[in-house]
Write a protein that binds this ligand. Structure first.
Ligand code: SF4
Ligand code: SF4
Length: 243
């Protein structure tokens, strides 16, 4: 079935794109599009909801703000930056998409992302699954013991939490300790074999930041400060982001 054409009025209706231009360096080059289509060809979200990055940028340039707010496509962008990488004019489409998300009231944003952000804000771990620092400590210790016993070559392997002065502060996908705890081990093994001095933090170990994807800047900052604060309190010098 053919898609319904968007009808343009005589006047440019709104100024969403102009506001975004004011927010980012060099206006994100948002008015330099050559319509070459390189961005769309490599975008993993091209074709979803009948949209692609070039079309989205064009809609914004034409002032179709209502259609942008109504579209679910901005929530399908992964923020992977491929479009910027291939664009001959280095147009910052992800920033346009990010700011399009802020046009919706928070409570009307996608429930999955909203729920995960809110959950992470409710516990010191920053875990999107709601795992407390105590439960994380228990699971890590339990899994470590199992591998130390069953694989003698890793009998000395450690998975420290809150190790003062460790060089690397490692974060962790929230889902793994709950649903697939064995998935944490390969990275422990790599760090062990590399002789790395690392630690998890009891606070802020949750690696995802769904509040970023929710375009909730205040909550995004709160989670980031929680993690950075713990890494700093432990004296770690390098943050290892696994997410
Ligand atoms: S950042 Fe978004 S728009 Fe750009 S290529 Fe990735 S998914 Fe597509
Ligand atoms: S790659 Fe850049 S110049 Fe080409 S269509 Fe996409 S945004 Fe426009």
């Amino acid at each position: 079935m053919a898609e319904e054409a968007i009808k343009l009025g005589r006047e440019k209706k709104s100024i969403f794109i102009d506001k975004v231009k004011e927010l980012i360096p060099d206006g994100g080059n948002l008015n330099l599009c050559l319509t070459c289509g390189a961005c769309s060809s490599g975008c993993p979200a091209t074709g979803l909801e009948g949209m692609d990055p070039r079309k989205f940028l064009r809609m914004a340039a034409l002032g179709l703000d209502e259609e942008i707010v109504a579209s679910n496509w901005p929530w399908m962008c992964t923020m992977c930056q491929r479009c910027v990488y291939v664009c001959p004019m280095k147009i910052d489409i992800p920033q346009l998409v990010f700011n399009a998300r802020t046009l919706r009231p928070r409570e009307e944003r996608p429930k999955g992302i909203l729920g995960s952000c809110d959950m992470a804000l409710r516990n010191d771990s920053g875990s999107a699954m709601g795992t407390s620092p105590e439960d994380f400590d228990f699971v890590v210790g339990d899994v470590l013991e199992e591998y130390q016993e069953s694989q003698p070559e890793f009998a000395d392997m450690q998975a420290p939490i809150d190790k003062q002065g460790a060089e690397f502060f490692l974060n962790q996908n929230s889902r793994e300790p709950v649903t697939e705890p064995d998935e944490m081990v390969p990275l422990w093994k790599i760090l062990h074999l590399a002789g790395a001095d690392w630690t998890y933090g009891s606070k802020g170990w949750g690696g995802e930041n769904y509040c970023l994807f929710l375009a909730d800047n205040e909550s995004w900052e709160k989670l980031t400060r929680n993690t950075a604060g713990q890494a700093s309190a432990l004296g770690c010098t390098t943050y290892l982001n696994t997410e």
